[in-house]
Design a protein around this ligand. Structure first.
Ligand code: KIV
Ligand code: ZN
Length: 515
């Protein structure tokens, strides 16, 4: 085995998707999984098969269709979970079952209500059962960083004896620190007699902002698998970001003892954007590696330095991660060919039918604004081409009457499950009146948790990006929309969030109690 090789285990579709606001449809998960395979991740944790019908279907579809990465499902340490996981991943060319049980006193006593001996037995039985179904079994000691070391050594040794091929050490609550975690991994390497028969993996959460640092220090101590997510999404404050871990190993190769991964770093930015598009999320502008400002130099001194020699202020080149350098792309005179080649640079594949729909929308937009940016194209694709037919509610048209001496009044025309409805309302301003009119069509009034509007480009004909976060029937959903008209962008973003809430309500049969 190559001691320098680090395996990348991507859990965007499982731990990432579990986080509020990041649920994906089965088709969206498949699209994301194809891109993860292109990115070169070794293992895709495609979901938690027993958690819901939707999760099972997504894992199964990914197992059937995605090649190049190992497909994995999570399972608690019991036979039903493991059977569901094995069934879901069955069609995959290369597969893994990831089974876990909590090992910290607090989890064993309050969550599992089991003694150490009982937990040890359950772990042994689970790994044995899983190994009878597949050759590759990963065992995780949930809340490892708050577990007794002696108990960890024992349960790891037994899991390996039963056939676990990867042992994962999760920092489930993001509690550890880089040096402490380094020592834990070293201690496991030195104290578990059969540890050389398994790969040590780490899975760090970012509650104290140390997930990436902790993962990297674990690699220095001898771990050889990192569990991470795109854009660092995941439960609560998220998981270690794949882009951060991978680029730290590339940029600080010597410091990290020449460790390397199989990731094609040029696919990183594309993967990050795809996740944003699919989940209507955005990464903070100053986010490491993939944020909008990651390669932007504002101050004169920095700009001068970068122009003389980029390495004065850049430790990696934008093209290393596939970050687009030329952001102004197309306009009124661009034809099909130009649009197609820009799509291919952005890594976007569309069917002929969807391409034609996009081209129509593109032409309509270029009549309204001079320059069409990458963000504009992505927005058109996601909002107007791919999702147009899937939404329960469609905004057909609207009109608003407003002025400084009148009560703003809006009339909206909606299509709800094929039926046309016209609704009117007044409000505090044009946006509020349109939203109030749309709300009249809903069974329950959503609560607005957040609303923002931002010009995407620096001109008055700019497209405005509206984002809303709402709560409806106890379900939080975000919506995003882009239009040159801010009222329309806001209305579309609201309808987008409502559609997602309605969709999530349908798949809300996730029963993860006890996880
Ligand atoms: O954070 C955690 O402990 C997990 C396990 C299921 C690996 O996500
Ligand atoms: Zn986790």
């Amino acid at each position: 085995m190559d001691d320098k090789r680090v395996y990348i285990f991507d859990t965007t579709l499982r731990d990432g998707e579990q986080a509020p606001g990041f649920s994906m449809t089965v088709e969206e998960k498949l699209q994301m999984a194809h891109q993860l395979a292109r990115l070169g991740v070794d293992i895709i944790e495609a979901g938690f098969a027993i958690a819901s019908k939707g999760d099972f279907e997504a894992i199964n579809l990914i197992a059937r269709e995605v090649r190049g990465s190992k497909i994995c499902s999570l399972a608690r340490a019991n036979e039903n979970d493991i059977k569901a996981a094995a069934e879901a991943i069955a069609p995959a060319e290369s597969k893994r079952i990831h089974t876990f049980i909590a090992t910290s006193d607090i989890h064993m006593q309050y969550k599992l209500k089991k003694t150490k001996e009982e937990v040890l037995e359950l772990a042994k039985k689970a790994v044995r059962f899983a190994r009878n179904l597949v050759d590759d079994v990963e065992f995780s000691c949930e809340d490892a960083t708050r577990s007794s070391k002696e108990f960890l050594y024992k349960i790891i040794e037994k899991a390996i004896e039963e056939g676990a091929t990867t042992i994962n050490i999760p920092d489930t609550v993001g509690y550890t620190t880089p040096l402490e975690f380094y020592e834990l991994i070293k201690d496991i390497k030195n104290s578990v007699p059969n540890i050389d028969k398994a790969i040590i993996s780490v899975h760090c959460h970012n509650d104290l902002g140390m997930a990436t640092a902790n993962s990297l220090m674990a690699l220095k101590a001898g771990a050889r698998q990192v569990e991470c997510t795109i854009n660092a999404i995941g439960e609560r404050s998220g998981n270690a970001g794949l882009e951060e871990v991978v680029m730290a190993l590339v940029v600080r190769k010597e410091y990290f003892d020449n460790l390397y991964t199989s990731i094609n770093t040029k696919e990183i930015y594309k993967t990050s954007r795809l996740l944003c598009r699919i989940t209507s999320s955005f990464v903070q502008p100053n986010k490491a590696v993939v944020g909008d400002n990651a390669f932007a130099h504002e101050s004169g001194i920095h700009q001068h330095g970068v122009l003389s020699n980029p390495m004065t202020y850049e430790i990696m080149k934008p093209e290393d991660v596939g970050f687009p350098s030329n952001r102004v792309v197309l306009g009124k005179h661009s034809g099909r060919h130009a649009l197609k080649s820009r799509l291919s640079e952005l890594g976007i594949e569309l069917s002929d039918g969807d391409f034609e729909k996009l081209f129509e929308e593109f032409k309509a937009l270029s009549d309204k604004k001079k320059y069409i940016y990458d963000e504009d194209i992505e927005a058109l694709i996601y909002k107007d081409v791919i999702h147009k037919d899937a939404d329960a509610i469609k905004l057909l048209s609207f009109q608003v009457q407003t002025g400084d001496n009148m009560l703003p009044t809006a009339t909206v025309s909606l299509e709800i499950k094929g039926e046309k409805k016209i609704l009117t309302a007044t409000g505090d301003g044009p946006v509020d009146s349109v939203i109030k009119a749309i709300e009249k069509a809903l069974p329950n009034e959503p609560v607005f948790l957040d609303y923002s509007i931002k010009a995407l480009t620096p001109n008055t004909d700019a497209q405005a990006e509206a984002r809303v976060l709402i709560e409806m029937d106890g379900i939080k959903s975000s919506g995003v929309a882009i239009d040159t008209d801010i009222v329309k962008a806001s209305a579309k973003a609201f309808v987008d969030a409502v559609n997602k809430s309605l969709f999530k309500k349908q798949v809300k049969d996730k029963t993860l109690e006890g996880v």
